[in-house]
Design a binder for this molecule. Structure first.
Ligand SMILES: [Zn+2]
Ligand SMILES: [Zn+2]
Length: 194
């Protein structure tokens, strides 16, 4: 557990689930007496979903209780995770994306959790990330999920792309941001701008 010194509104939870831990939960379920199986099943389902979303790189509210809105990456925002009607109410505080970026993603009607900065790269949850995969849609014709992602620094985005493409987009913007090439306010990042 670490605290972000820039704000008392953001904290982090240790959420990384290893395959080994998942196997252990599965084993617990198998070994449990019948009357306890349901509880173990619920636990496995809960952490199984969390682990799956982490592997997909999907930043998503997986728990919303007293302490705040919990993201799959471990970020906890101590504010209600309501949809943001007017982006103005989140862009004034430094912990959120700036107004320019907020305008570019306004069509997605993201929640506060998806607009706050300070998320960590998943599934490793060690490094910070500037780009987030925030939505998906199941595409029947290809039988797979397609994803939406955006960069919180430059506002670039991809819509309804494969998991691979969305992850590549996230990587690219993190690399550019680390190299100082993905500055706030830049309208878009040119292809191969490294
Ligand atoms: Zn997150
Ligand atoms: Zn960017």
């Amino acid at each position: 557990m670490s605290q972000d010194s820039t704000s008392e509104k953001i904290s982090y939870d240790d959420v990384y689930i290893s395959d080994k831990e998942l196997r252990k939960m599965k084993q617990n379920l198998d070994d449990a007496p019948n009357e306890k199986k349901y509880a173990y099943f619920r636990t496995l389902l809960y952490y199984g979903n969390l682990a799956r979303w982490q592997k997909q790189g999907f930043h998503y509210l997986y728990s919303n209780h007293n302490s705040g809105a919990h993201c799959t990456c471990g970020l906890i925002l101590s504010l209600p995770d309501s949809p943001v009607e007017d982006s103005g109410d989140v862009t004034e505080a430094a912990i959120f994306i700036n107004e320019k970026v907020a305008k570019k993603v306004a069509k997605w009607k993201l929640t506060r959790l998806a607009m706050v900065k300070g998320h960590r790269n998943i599934p490793q949850v060690k490094e910070p990330t500037v780009a987030l995969i925030v939505q998906f849609e199941y595409n029947k014709s290809i039988g797979d999920y397609l994803w939406d992602a955006y960069c919180q620094e430059c506002g670039a985005q991809v819509e309804r792309v494969s998991s691979e493409t969305a992850k590549g987009f996230v990587q690219e913007h993190n690399r550019d941001a680390a190299a100082g090439g993905c500055a706030p306010g830049v309208m878009s990042v040119a292809e191969g701008s490294v």
